[in-house]
Write a protein that binds this ligand. Structure first.
Ligand code: COA
Length: 320
Protein backbone atom coordinates (compact mmCIF):
# COMPACT_ATOMS: atom_id res chain seq x y z
CA UNK A 1 0.00 0.00 0.00
CA UNK A 2 1.19 3.45 -0.80
CA UNK A 3 0.00 7.04 -0.42
CA UNK A 4 -1.56 8.76 -3.41
CA UNK A 5 -2.39 12.45 -3.66
CA UNK A 6 -6.09 12.75 -4.46
CA UNK A 7 -6.61 16.47 -3.85
CA UNK A 8 -4.57 19.66 -3.53
CA UNK A 9 -5.26 23.24 -2.47
CA UNK A 10 -3.50 26.53 -1.82
CA UNK A 11 -4.12 29.82 -0.08
CA UNK A 12 -2.10 33.03 -0.04
CA UNK A 13 -2.63 36.36 1.75
CA UNK A 14 -4.44 39.09 -0.16
CA UNK A 15 -1.70 41.72 0.11
CA UNK A 16 0.98 41.83 -2.62
CA UNK A 17 4.32 43.48 -1.86
CA UNK A 18 6.34 44.18 -5.01
CA UNK A 19 10.07 44.74 -5.27
CA UNK A 20 9.36 48.43 -5.85
CA UNK A 21 7.40 48.51 -2.58
CA UNK A 22 10.45 47.08 -0.79
CA UNK A 23 12.73 49.64 -2.42
CA UNK A 24 10.82 52.25 -0.41
CA UNK A 25 11.81 50.66 2.92
CA UNK A 26 15.33 49.30 2.34
CA UNK A 27 18.13 50.18 -0.05
CA UNK A 28 17.35 47.77 -2.87
CA UNK A 29 15.75 47.73 -6.30
CA UNK A 30 13.74 45.49 -8.59
CA UNK A 31 16.74 44.80 -10.85
CA UNK A 32 18.95 43.53 -7.99
CA UNK A 33 16.24 41.31 -6.53
CA UNK A 34 14.91 39.89 -9.78
CA UNK A 35 18.24 39.14 -11.43
CA UNK A 36 19.64 37.43 -8.32
CA UNK A 37 16.52 35.55 -7.23
CA UNK A 38 13.78 35.66 -9.91
CA UNK A 39 11.41 37.17 -7.34
CA UNK A 40 9.16 40.06 -8.47
CA UNK A 41 6.59 40.10 -5.68
CA UNK A 42 5.47 38.19 -2.61
CA UNK A 43 2.30 37.90 -0.49
CA UNK A 44 2.46 39.21 3.06
CA UNK A 45 -0.07 38.39 5.78
CA UNK A 46 -2.05 41.22 7.32
CA UNK A 47 -5.24 39.71 8.74
CA UNK A 48 -4.29 36.14 7.81
CA UNK A 49 -2.91 33.65 10.34
CA UNK A 50 -0.86 30.52 9.86
CA UNK A 51 -3.76 28.28 10.92
CA UNK A 52 -6.23 30.28 8.81
CA UNK A 53 -4.15 29.97 5.62
CA UNK A 54 -3.53 26.29 6.33
CA UNK A 55 -7.24 25.64 6.82
CA UNK A 56 -8.18 27.45 3.61
CA UNK A 57 -5.67 25.45 1.55
CA UNK A 58 -6.79 22.24 3.27
CA UNK A 59 -10.48 22.95 2.66
CA UNK A 60 -9.82 23.24 -1.09
CA UNK A 61 -7.77 20.04 -1.09
CA UNK A 62 -10.54 18.16 0.74
CA UNK A 63 -13.13 19.48 -1.71
CA UNK A 64 -11.11 18.33 -4.67
CA UNK A 65 -10.53 14.95 -3.05
CA UNK A 66 -14.28 14.65 -2.29
CA UNK A 67 -13.22 13.72 1.22
CA UNK A 68 -15.39 14.59 4.22
CA UNK A 69 -13.35 16.29 6.97
CA UNK A 70 -14.60 13.84 9.59
CA UNK A 71 -13.06 10.96 7.62
CA UNK A 72 -9.50 12.33 7.85
CA UNK A 73 -7.35 10.19 10.15
CA UNK A 74 -4.04 12.07 10.28
CA UNK A 75 -3.11 15.77 9.96
CA UNK A 76 0.52 16.84 9.60
CA UNK A 77 1.41 20.50 9.29
CA UNK A 78 4.91 21.51 8.22
CA UNK A 79 5.70 25.02 9.43
CA UNK A 80 8.33 27.09 11.18
CA UNK A 81 6.00 30.05 11.75
CA UNK A 82 3.04 28.69 13.70
CA UNK A 83 0.69 31.07 15.52
CA UNK A 84 1.40 29.43 18.90
CA UNK A 85 4.11 27.34 20.53
CA UNK A 86 1.07 25.28 21.50
CA UNK A 87 -1.54 24.21 20.58
CA UNK A 88 -0.07 22.96 17.35
CA UNK A 89 -1.36 24.20 13.99
CA UNK A 90 -2.72 20.75 13.07
CA UNK A 91 -5.23 20.93 15.96
CA UNK A 92 -6.30 24.46 14.97
CA UNK A 93 -6.83 23.37 11.36
CA UNK A 94 -8.75 20.29 12.47
CA UNK A 95 -11.02 22.43 14.66
CA UNK A 96 -11.60 24.94 11.85
CA UNK A 97 -12.52 22.25 9.31
CA UNK A 98 -14.49 19.89 11.53
CA UNK A 99 -11.89 17.12 11.45
CA UNK A 100 -12.61 15.02 14.55
CA UNK A 101 -10.56 12.24 16.16
CA UNK A 102 -7.60 12.55 13.76
CA UNK A 103 -4.03 12.41 15.05
CA UNK A 104 -2.45 15.80 14.44
CA UNK A 105 0.99 17.26 14.84
CA UNK A 106 3.31 19.90 13.42
CA UNK A 107 6.66 19.10 11.96
CA UNK A 108 9.67 21.38 11.69
CA UNK A 109 12.09 20.96 8.80
CA UNK A 110 12.01 24.54 7.48
CA UNK A 111 11.78 24.70 3.68
CA UNK A 112 12.01 20.88 3.45
CA UNK A 113 9.00 20.57 5.75
CA UNK A 114 6.37 19.58 3.21
CA UNK A 115 8.60 16.84 1.84
CA UNK A 116 9.22 15.50 5.36
CA UNK A 117 5.45 15.63 6.01
CA UNK A 118 4.76 13.67 2.83
CA UNK A 119 7.38 11.06 3.70
CA UNK A 120 6.08 10.78 7.27
CA UNK A 121 2.46 10.34 6.15
CA UNK A 122 3.59 7.74 3.61
CA UNK A 123 5.42 5.80 6.33
CA UNK A 124 2.33 5.73 8.57
CA UNK A 125 0.08 4.74 5.69
CA UNK A 126 2.41 2.07 4.32
CA UNK A 127 2.53 0.61 7.84
CA UNK A 128 -1.26 0.33 7.75
CA UNK A 129 -1.82 2.75 10.66
CA UNK A 130 -3.92 5.26 8.69
CA UNK A 131 -5.91 5.03 5.47
CA UNK A 132 -5.64 8.70 4.64
CA UNK A 133 -3.90 11.92 5.67
CA UNK A 134 -4.05 15.66 5.22
CA UNK A 135 -0.63 17.25 4.87
CA UNK A 136 -0.02 20.98 4.79
CA UNK A 137 2.97 23.28 4.28
CA UNK A 138 2.25 26.76 5.63
CA UNK A 139 4.16 29.88 6.65
CA UNK A 140 3.58 33.40 7.84
CA UNK A 141 7.32 33.78 7.68
CA UNK A 142 6.98 37.56 7.27
CA UNK A 143 6.78 37.80 11.08
CA UNK A 144 10.23 36.19 11.40
CA UNK A 145 11.87 38.71 9.10
CA UNK A 146 13.84 41.79 10.05
CA UNK A 147 12.33 44.23 7.57
CA UNK A 148 15.42 46.42 7.89
CA UNK A 149 17.73 43.63 6.67
CA UNK A 150 17.77 43.89 2.88
CA UNK A 151 19.77 40.67 2.50
CA UNK A 152 16.83 38.58 3.79
CA UNK A 153 13.63 40.65 3.66
CA UNK A 154 13.45 40.59 -0.14
CA UNK A 155 13.48 36.80 -0.31
CA UNK A 156 10.50 35.46 1.58
CA UNK A 157 6.69 35.38 1.36
CA UNK A 158 3.66 33.91 3.14
CA UNK A 159 1.26 31.19 1.97
CA UNK A 160 -0.05 27.64 2.34
CA UNK A 161 -0.43 24.51 0.25
CA UNK A 162 -2.15 21.24 1.14
CA UNK A 163 -2.61 17.71 -0.14
CA UNK A 164 -5.01 14.91 0.76
CA UNK A 165 -3.48 11.44 0.63
CA UNK A 166 -5.29 8.13 0.37
CA UNK A 167 -3.86 4.62 0.34
CA UNK A 168 -3.85 2.92 -3.02
CA UNK A 169 -1.72 0.65 -5.17
CA UNK A 170 0.19 3.47 -6.85
CA UNK A 171 1.27 7.01 -6.06
CA UNK A 172 4.24 7.46 -3.74
CA UNK A 173 7.11 5.38 -5.13
CA UNK A 174 10.16 6.20 -3.00
CA UNK A 175 12.11 8.95 -1.29
CA UNK A 176 15.45 10.02 0.14
CA UNK A 177 15.75 12.52 2.98
CA UNK A 178 18.76 13.92 4.78
CA UNK A 179 19.87 16.41 7.40
CA UNK A 180 23.18 17.82 8.56
CA UNK A 181 23.48 20.00 11.65
CA UNK A 182 27.10 20.87 10.97
CA UNK A 183 26.00 23.85 8.88
CA UNK A 184 23.03 24.70 11.09
CA UNK A 185 24.31 28.23 11.67
CA UNK A 186 24.09 29.35 8.02
CA UNK A 187 20.30 29.77 8.20
CA UNK A 188 18.72 30.37 11.58
CA UNK A 189 15.88 32.00 13.45
CA UNK A 190 16.13 31.75 17.25
CA UNK A 191 13.12 31.39 19.53
CA UNK A 192 12.99 33.22 22.87
CA UNK A 193 16.14 33.40 24.95
CA UNK A 194 16.13 31.38 28.19
CA UNK A 195 14.43 33.56 30.75
CA UNK A 196 13.46 31.98 34.08
CA UNK A 197 14.18 32.07 37.81
CA UNK A 198 17.85 31.33 37.22
CA UNK A 199 18.72 33.40 34.15
CA UNK A 200 17.34 36.56 32.75
CA UNK A 201 17.77 36.54 29.03
CA UNK A 202 16.81 39.17 26.51
CA UNK A 203 13.11 38.51 25.94
CA UNK A 204 13.16 40.13 22.50
CA UNK A 205 12.61 37.76 19.64
CA UNK A 206 15.23 37.17 17.02
CA UNK A 207 14.88 37.22 13.24
CA UNK A 208 16.00 35.15 10.27
CA UNK A 209 19.73 35.29 9.73
CA UNK A 210 21.33 33.80 6.67
CA UNK A 211 24.70 33.37 5.01
CA UNK A 212 23.23 33.54 1.51
CA UNK A 213 26.19 32.22 -0.42
CA UNK A 214 26.64 29.23 1.89
CA UNK A 215 22.97 28.34 1.46
CA UNK A 216 23.25 28.76 -2.29
CA UNK A 217 26.30 26.46 -2.49
CA UNK A 218 24.57 23.84 -0.31
CA UNK A 219 21.42 23.84 -2.45
CA UNK A 220 23.06 23.56 -5.85
CA UNK A 221 25.22 20.66 -4.63
CA UNK A 222 22.84 18.65 -2.45
CA UNK A 223 19.64 18.90 -4.51
CA UNK A 224 21.04 17.32 -7.70
CA UNK A 225 22.92 14.78 -5.55
CA UNK A 226 19.77 13.60 -3.78
CA UNK A 227 17.77 13.51 -7.01
CA UNK A 228 20.48 11.33 -8.58
CA UNK A 229 20.42 9.15 -5.46
CA UNK A 230 16.65 8.71 -5.77
CA UNK A 231 16.80 7.94 -9.48
CA UNK A 232 19.50 5.34 -8.88
CA UNK A 233 17.68 3.83 -5.88
CA UNK A 234 14.50 3.36 -7.90
CA UNK A 235 16.15 2.45 -11.21
CA UNK A 236 14.39 5.37 -12.89
CA UNK A 237 15.77 7.12 -15.98
CA UNK A 238 15.77 10.89 -15.56
CA UNK A 239 14.13 11.23 -18.98
CA UNK A 240 11.07 9.46 -17.56
CA UNK A 241 10.46 12.28 -15.08
CA UNK A 242 7.92 14.75 -16.42
CA UNK A 243 8.56 17.45 -13.84
CA UNK A 244 11.06 18.20 -11.10
CA UNK A 245 9.08 20.28 -8.60
CA UNK A 246 11.69 21.97 -6.45
CA UNK A 247 11.38 24.20 -3.41
CA UNK A 248 10.93 27.70 -4.79
CA UNK A 249 13.71 29.64 -3.08
CA UNK A 250 15.45 31.21 -6.00
CA UNK A 251 15.26 30.78 -9.78
CA UNK A 252 19.07 30.71 -10.08
CA UNK A 253 19.24 27.72 -7.72
CA UNK A 254 16.59 25.89 -9.78
CA UNK A 255 18.31 26.68 -13.11
CA UNK A 256 21.61 25.53 -11.70
CA UNK A 257 20.11 22.23 -10.49
CA UNK A 258 18.60 21.65 -13.96
CA UNK A 259 21.99 22.29 -15.54
CA UNK A 260 23.81 19.97 -13.15
CA UNK A 261 21.28 17.21 -13.89
CA UNK A 262 21.69 17.93 -17.61
CA UNK A 263 17.93 18.36 -17.98
CA UNK A 264 16.03 21.06 -19.87
CA UNK A 265 14.79 23.87 -17.63
CA UNK A 266 11.18 23.48 -18.89
CA UNK A 267 10.96 20.40 -16.67
CA UNK A 268 11.57 22.60 -13.61
CA UNK A 269 8.41 24.70 -13.19
CA UNK A 270 8.72 27.93 -11.21
CA UNK A 271 6.44 30.44 -9.53
CA UNK A 272 9.01 32.09 -7.25
CA UNK A 273 8.44 35.30 -9.25
CA UNK A 274 4.94 35.57 -7.75
CA UNK A 275 5.37 34.37 -4.18
CA UNK A 276 9.05 34.56 -3.20
CA UNK A 277 10.32 31.81 -0.92
CA UNK A 278 7.30 30.56 1.04
CA UNK A 279 9.42 27.93 2.82
CA UNK A 280 7.36 24.79 3.63
CA UNK A 281 4.48 26.09 1.50
CA UNK A 282 6.33 26.50 -1.78
CA UNK A 283 6.20 22.90 -3.07
CA UNK A 284 2.49 22.32 -2.33
CA UNK A 285 1.51 25.74 -3.74
CA UNK A 286 3.26 24.91 -7.01
CA UNK A 287 1.90 21.37 -6.98
CA UNK A 288 -1.64 22.72 -6.64
CA UNK A 289 -1.15 25.22 -9.48
CA UNK A 290 0.08 22.45 -11.75
CA UNK A 291 -2.63 20.03 -10.68
CA UNK A 292 -5.40 22.56 -11.31
CA UNK A 293 -4.09 23.92 -14.63
CA UNK A 294 -3.78 20.41 -16.10
CA UNK A 295 0.00 20.14 -16.26
CA UNK A 296 -0.14 16.99 -14.11
CA UNK A 297 -1.85 13.97 -15.60
CA UNK A 298 -2.49 10.56 -14.05
CA UNK A 299 0.50 8.31 -14.58
CA UNK A 300 3.05 11.14 -14.81
CA UNK A 301 6.22 10.54 -12.87
CA UNK A 302 7.32 13.57 -10.89
CA UNK A 303 10.06 14.31 -8.38
CA UNK A 304 9.54 16.72 -5.50
CA UNK A 305 12.69 18.08 -3.89
CA UNK A 306 13.09 20.35 -0.89
CA UNK A 307 16.05 21.98 0.85
CA UNK A 308 16.47 24.42 3.66
CA UNK A 309 17.54 25.26 7.20
CA UNK A 310 18.88 22.50 9.39
CA UNK A 311 20.35 21.85 6.98
CA UNK A 312 17.67 19.54 5.61
CA UNK A 313 17.02 18.25 2.11
CA UNK A 314 15.47 15.39 0.22
CA UNK A 315 13.44 14.20 -2.74
CA UNK A 316 10.38 12.02 -3.37
CA UNK A 317 9.35 10.18 -6.52
CA UNK A 318 5.61 10.02 -7.22
CA UNK A 319 3.43 8.56 -9.91
CA UNK A 320 0.59 11.07 -10.24
N1 COA B 1 19.48 44.81 -2.64
C1 COA B 1 20.60 45.40 -3.06
N2 COA B 1 21.81 44.99 -2.66
C2 COA B 1 21.87 43.96 -1.78
C3 COA B 1 20.71 43.34 -1.30
C4 COA B 1 19.49 43.80 -1.76
N3 COA B 1 18.32 43.26 -1.37
N4 COA B 1 21.08 42.35 -0.46
C5 COA B 1 22.41 42.36 -0.40
N5 COA B 1 22.89 43.34 -1.20
C6 COA B 1 24.30 43.71 -1.44
C7 COA B 1 25.22 43.23 -0.36
O1 COA B 1 25.23 44.14 0.72
C8 COA B 1 26.51 43.19 -1.11
O2 COA B 1 27.02 44.50 -1.20
P1 COA B 1 28.61 44.79 -1.07
O3 COA B 1 29.22 44.03 -2.23
O4 COA B 1 28.67 46.25 -1.18
O5 COA B 1 28.99 44.21 0.25
C9 COA B 1 26.12 42.77 -2.52
O6 COA B 1 24.74 43.06 -2.62
C10 COA B 1 26.35 41.32 -2.80
O7 COA B 1 25.87 40.57 -1.71
P2 COA B 1 25.94 39.02 -1.67
O8 COA B 1 25.32 38.53 -0.38
O9 COA B 1 27.34 38.59 -1.99
O10 COA B 1 24.98 38.68 -2.91
P3 COA B 1 24.76 37.31 -3.63
O11 COA B 1 25.14 37.47 -5.05
O12 COA B 1 25.31 36.16 -2.87
O13 COA B 1 23.18 37.19 -3.57
C11 COA B 1 21.46 36.06 -2.36
C12 COA B 1 22.52 37.14 -2.32
C13 COA B 1 20.79 35.99 -1.00
C14 COA B 1 20.42 36.43 -3.42
C15 COA B 1 22.11 34.69 -2.75
O14 COA B 1 23.22 34.45 -1.93
C16 COA B 1 21.15 33.55 -2.61
O15 COA B 1 20.20 33.45 -3.35
N6 COA B 1 21.38 32.64 -1.65
C17 COA B 1 20.45 31.57 -1.38
C18 COA B 1 19.41 32.07 -0.42
C19 COA B 1 18.24 31.16 -0.26
O16 COA B 1 17.69 30.71 -1.22
N7 COA B 1 17.85 30.90 1.01
C20 COA B 1 16.74 30.09 1.35
C21 COA B 1 17.03 28.66 1.09
S1 COA B 1 15.75 27.67 1.70
Amino acid sequence: MTARIIGTGRAVPAEIITNDDLAKVVETNDEWISTRTGIRQRRVAKEETTAGLAAEAARKALEQACMAPEDIQLVIVATCSSDYFFPNTACLVAEELGIRHAAGFDLSAACTGFLYALNTAQAYMAAGMYKNALIIGVETISKLIDWKDRSTCVLFGDGAGAAVLETGDRGFLDMVQHSDGEKADVLTCRTRAMNNLLVSGDPSLDYIKMEGQEVFKFAVKKVPECIEELLEKTGTAREDIKYFILHQANSRIISSVAKRLKMEEEKFPMNVNLYGNTSAASIPILLDEMNRDGRLQRGDKIILSGFGAGLTWGAALLEW
